[in-house]
Design a protein around this ligand. Structure first.
Ligand code: THU
Length: 131
């Protein structure tokens, strides 16, 4: 977990957040043990901005990985920011309710959740009885 937290903080340093001045880094650990990171990337046309978690999910999928075991989100707020609603849904596409979501900040504060606590009854088109 220490390694994953360091990876999220490293990614946070590369955040492009000139408008919000709220840099966020995310690090995903997959079931196979690989780590993928992302930082928020904002845009002059504000709604085109992307959250760190979604960039990390994109990197994971691009690398051929599909199963999220844990994700760390690093921000500067206190308490540490938890993933936004949209990111919870994006994470839920590739993570079960038991996936660990660890939120940290630059003051050493840490909050731990299960994805199922953050997004109960996630929307899914995938039936557990099918593939
Ligand atoms: N942000 C994230 O990267 N992840 C979240 O879960 C919450 C919000 C970013 C989006 C935007 O660039 C900035 O934080 C302020 O909302």
């Amino acid at each position: 977990m220490k390694k994953l937290i360091e990876a999220a903080k490293k990614a946070q340093k590369n955040a492009y957040a000139p408008y919000s001045r709220f840099p966020v880094g995310a690090a995903i650990q997959t079931r196979s043990g690989k780590v993928f990171t992302g930082a928020n990337v904002e845009n002059s046309a504000y709604p085109l901005s992307r959250c760190a978690e979604q960039i990390a999910v994109g990197a994971m999928v691009t690398a051929g990985e599909r199963e999220i075991e844990a994700v760390v989100v690093a921000s500067t707020s206190s308490p540490p920011a938890a993933p936004c609603g949209a990111c919870r849904q994006v994470l839920a596409e590739f993570a079960g309710p038991e996936a660990l979501v660890v939120c940290v900040n630059d003051r050493g504060e840490e909050r731990r959740y299960r994805l199922g606590e953050l997004l109960p009854e996630a929307f899914s088109l995938r039936s557990p009885n099918k593939t």
